[in-house]
Design a protein around this ligand. Structure first.
Ligand SMILES: Cc1cc2nc3c(=O)[nH]c(=O)nc-3n(C[C@H](O)[C@H](O)[C@H](O)COP(=O)(O)O)c2cc1C
Length: 222
């Protein structure tokens, strides 16, 4: 697969087939992605792989907390508390676009909640990766972790697999910590659902837009 095809064919898959993924395949993906760069090669990340009963237990515990409606907060601030342009509009377009693809009306809070809830069984993926970062490091290490996360998702494409990055799991770091026995210095960044795409599922046909080149890049000296 050409690297452009790996990048272009990656998308957030939110419904997976009940087809297992082998330990060897996951190990290969993590080994390849581990070639991601990091400042001074400090490799400040860890990846915890959960499948089968371990995944079910984790999922059940998080769903219990989600369904109870209790308040949870992530260990780091991902999003601003007040959205502003142009991000507010882009964010809305993304959310509403997904709901539209699923035939969920904007005001249908119950079905939106149900869709949010699907995060916590990893959209039925047979494998979940939990990515952690050493909390003693600085903001630069979040760049490093981002490189690992994208590399994991691209290496998955190399194995014919799909992914969905899931920051939603970061809100349940305490449960993840307890279930997986994370070290004190491990900060839960996100999960990655990993598996085979259900190509029939409408949510997997939602392709997000991107800003045109001219709004991202400026060129000088050509
Ligand atoms: C770090 C990160 C966290 C994300 N968290 C979630 C999440 O919790 N749930 C979800 O459904 N999608 C999540 N997404 C997926 C984004 O919504 C998605 O990447 C974006 O809309 C672009 O769409 P694409 O991935 O299909 O290209 C996350 C993406 C990233 C990079």
């Amino acid at each position: 697969m050409h690297v452009d095809d790996a990048i272009r064919s990656r998308k957030s898959v939110r419904r997976f087939l009940p087809v297992p993924v082998s330990r060897e395949s996951v190990a290969h993906i993590i080994e390849v992605a581990g070639r991601a760069p990091s400042g001074n090669n400090i490799q400040p990340w860890k990846v915890h792989v959960v499948a089968g009963e371990a995944q079910q237990r984790l999922s059940d515990a998080i769903l219990g907390a989600f369904d109870s409606g209790e308040e949870h907060q992530p260990e780091y601030t991902y999003y601003p508390s007040q959205w502003f342009e142009p991000y507010r509009e882009r964010r809305q377009r993304c959310g509403y676009g997904l709901y539209e693809t699923l035939g969920i009306a904007r005001e249908d809070k119950a079905r939106r909640h149900e869709q949010m809830r699907r995060n916590f069984h990893f959209f039925d993926a047979p494998v979940a990766l939990i990515v952690t970062l050493d909390r003693r490091l600085e903001a630069g290490s979040y760049m490093d972790a981002g490189m690992l996360i994208q590399s994991l998702m691209l290496a998955a494409r190399g194995q014919g697999l799909h992914t969905c990055a899931q920051a939603a799991l970061a809100w349940y770091h305490a449960i993840i910590r307890e279930q997986l026995g994370l070290g004190d210095n491990e900060l839960v960044l996100c999960a990655i659902a990993l598996g085979h795409e259900d190509t029939e599922a409408p949510e997997n046909h939602f392709i997000t837009e991107r800003e045109p080149l001219a709004s991202i890049a400026t060129f000088r000296g050509f």
